[in-house]
Ligand binder design. Structure first.
Ligand SMILES: NC(=O)c1ccc[n+]([C@@H]2O[C@H](COP(=O)([O-])OP(=O)(O)OC[C@H]3O[C@@H](n4cnc5c(N)ncnc54)[C@H](O)[C@@H]3O)[C@@H](O)[C@H]2O)c1
Length: 257
């Protein structure tokens, strides 16, 4: 049986992987609640199917998130699947990036993940079922130069997701934490427009969003929590774990400073 059931709520559904996930689920006839702060992106997403409903919602606004989740469940029925994907990625050297940007990255990428998670979780716990997917990143394991604020936000998502999973491992909910390497989506433009680490071009080319979505579904089916969509991502995770100094040497050599 397909574990992806009920209404699917996707944050960050106006672009990239969230948008593609909305399209794919709508093509399967599932009801999709697409949330994003970007109304234009949502309008584009909604063109993909009649079963997609959209909500303009800033995930950092806890009240708005709670209100939206309540509206979604009232209009579309219980949320059976969550893809918690909203994020931003301005990059830069920590000493030069302004403090407001550093904290905003944490507010959206981590705080937003928490707000959506906390709004959706009680219903799933009560029903003892659901698929609960948080989007972290390889950046949640592997810190590199120029990415400190983004790294910190994704390390936080990794820790939150891991503890949430273990605290609720007998709840009947399937949890997954997604740790993709570089993926070809508009998110990368934010990095290119600010500061682009050479490291992000040093490894394998950006993978396609569909590969990440396939890997998530494979893991949900298999009941696996960690989603590393490529073999290289898993190797990178191991390398960071066992040889952090070697990785840092490589990072400095690649960046040239
Ligand atoms: N693209 C990559 O290389 C990559 C790699 C690893 C992990 N990820 C993660 O995957 C997830 C999806 O990323 P993507 O690449 O599809 O990015 P994307 O930029 O294409 O989409 C992210 C969406 O989040 C929305 N968003 C931003 N701030 C928001 C807010 N405050 N409230 C509501 N929505 C907001 C944006 O408007 C955008 O539509 C993110 O969590 C990202 O960090 C991406």
């Amino acid at each position: 049986m397909d574990p992806i059931q009920g209404t699917v709520l996707i944050s960050g559904a106006g672009s990239g992987m969230g948008q593609l996930a909305a399209r794919r689920f709508a093509a399967r006839g599932l009801k999709v609640a697409a949330l994003d702060v970007n109304a234009e992106g949502l309008a584009e997403t909604a063109k993909a199917g009649e079963t997609i409903s959209t909500w303009v919602c800033d995930v950092t606004d806890r009240e708005a998130v709670n209100r939206t989740v309540a509206e979604v469940e009232a209009q579309l029925g219980p949320i059976g699947t969550l893809y918690n994907a909203a994020a931003i990625m301005p990059l830069g050297k920590l000493a030069e990036q302004d403090t407001a940007t550093i904290t905003r990255i944490m507010d959206i990428n981590y705080g937003g993940t928490v707000n959506v998670a906390k709004a959706v979780l009680p219903g799933m716990l009560e029903r003892r079922s659901g698929c609960f997917v948080n989007f972290a990143s390889m950046a949640g394991w592997m810190p590199i130069l120029l990415s400190g604020a983004y790294n910190a936000s994704k390390f936080a998502v990794v820790a939150f997701s891991e503890v949430l999973y273990h605290e609720n491992r007998d709840s009947g909910i399937r949890f997954a934490c997604v740790c993709p390497p570089v993926v070809a989506t508009p998110l990368l433009d934010q990095g290119r427009e600010t500061a682009w680490p050479k490291m992000l071009d040093a490894g394998p080319a950006a993978i396609e969003p569909a590969a990440v979505l396939d890997a998530i579904e494979d893991c949900l089916h298999a009941g696996k929590f960690w989603v590393f969509p490529t073999r290289d991502a898993r190797t990178g995770w191991r390398m960071r774990r066992w040889f952090p100094n070697m990785i840092w040497k490589y990072v400095h050599k690649t960046e040239g400073w």
